[in-house]
Design a protein around this ligand. Sequence first.
Ligand code: PBG
Length: 332
Amino acid sequence: MVRVVSEFPKHRPRRLRRNENIRSLVRENHLTLDDLIYPIFIRYGENMVEEVPSMPGVYRYSVDRVADAVKEARDLGIKAVILFGIPEHKDEVGSDTWSDEGIIQRTLRVLKKEVPEMYLITDVCFCEYTSHGHCGVLHDHEVDNDATLENLKKQVVSHAENGADMVAPSGMMDGMVRAIREALDSAGYTHIPIMAYSAKFASAFYGPFRDAAESAPSFGDRRSYQMDPANSREALKEVLLDVQEGADIVMVKPALAYLDIIYKVKEHTLLPVCAYNVSGEYSMVKAAGKLGWIDEKKVMVETLLSMKRAGADMIITYFAKEVAQMINKGEL
Ligand code: PBG
């Protein structure tokens, strides 16, 4: 039988989609172990591992239990973690953040000793440490930018002293990158890089994180320091300022609803770009998966790939272990 071949179409992109061999040859983006940064919550207490109710599969660990979790990540091939602390005592200024006995400082010492291969990034902020839940020092019910910078300097130097490999300021204070760079340099930590949460939006997607980190503001919201979700040129301004101030890596957060920002940031800077696949993005996928409404694993992979396609060089994600497992099994 003679097959009828029409003149049209001349171009047949489907030729390169016929089977997995050819599809994999022409695939433009991949998820690899090199992309992943795994967030870890450390909470006061002893011998404690508790699941975060709004984030199934994500746990909070006491300092004495955190090493096992990080070893598990290491054994899966994950190379970096970012640490979030929940201290026992909060105060007006968040002084736990620069104390040698602070929750992050104790964690850093344990992890440096027990899992020396892991790259340790610290989230640098105050909201989990202040009694009012805002990201700095308050003055007349407003976050005082420059007073907060002074405390940020103490915080990063203390993190570096206790073993942090990189610091990641997330408070969206003006001038924070320069202040932190100067503090690290004058304390002798010229080799410690800064990953700036440069374009961080005032997002409802942080809801589950605030449950996990006990960091919801006790009054008001964060719109006087985090960015308006309606803006993209402003995100570029924030990124370019952080580049000038000495950032080593810039971040866009959240990721999924902000893929356009990731794309633009990548076009406007030569620094590596990190995307933060935040708590609400994780919980949405988990919840819909649990209800049987979506294929959780496929949606996870598709959303993370979209971040790579948009230009992310690395992704902070609560899915890191699940992705690593798929990679190790050859499923990705
Ligand atoms: C601030 C910080 C937040 C997140 C990371 N760092 C919370 C906030 O700005 O309210 C959110 C991360 C997430 O939702 O996964 N310390």
